[in-house]
Design a protein. Structure first.
Length: 158
């Protein structure tokens, strides 16, 4: 895993800096013909988990980017709770991934584009941990365009 830390002297905010890394993961998914969603988990300004969608490669509908990154982070820390960690993901998490963040007790979730069809926010219920802080819309246009580009190319092929 590539370890990257946020430099406080950077010209961008920590959320934008780390969302850039999640976008890199999404681009890896796109290159593998997976839905381009990427995620990273940080702790104390350092990336401790990375993931991108692997549902096609693994033939596993639960192999979402968030699940990959959360599991990697828990393995790195040697524990199952991520209270002091932030999950960065390019798209608003689905109900499954938001539920997983509850069990991991993720401290903060930062996402790029809102997902009005499958995002957990459409339920109008708090399914994340009660102490989890949530921020959406970081690099929203770029994150949304990756997914639009993927599905546009799929429609052109059919």
């Amino acid at each position: 895993m590539r370890f990257i830390s946020f430099d406080n002297e950077s010209s961008v905010s920590p959320d934008e800096f780390f969302m850039n890394e999640a976008v890199r993961e999404a681009r890896l998914a796109l290159a593998e013909d997976e839905i381009p969603i990427g995620a990273i988990v940080t702790c104390q300004g350092k990336i401790i988990g990375r993931g991108h969608n692997l549902t096609e490669r693994l033939n596993d509908v639960s192999a979402h980017a968030e699940m990959q990154a959360l599991t990697a982070a828990a393995n790195y820390l040697g524990g199952k709770y991520l209270k002091d960690c932030t999950l960065y993901v390019t798209i608003e998490p689905c109900v499954m991934c938001a539920g997983a963040s509850y069990w991991f007790q993720v401290g903060k979730i930062v996402f790029g584009a809102y997902d009005t069809k499958l995002g957990f926010g459409r339920l109008n219920q708090k399914i994340t941990h009660p102490k989890t802080l949530i921020t959406g819309g970081i690099r929203e246009a770029e994150c949304a365009e990756l997914v639009r580009e993927f599905f546009r190319s799929k429609r052109l092929k059919s």
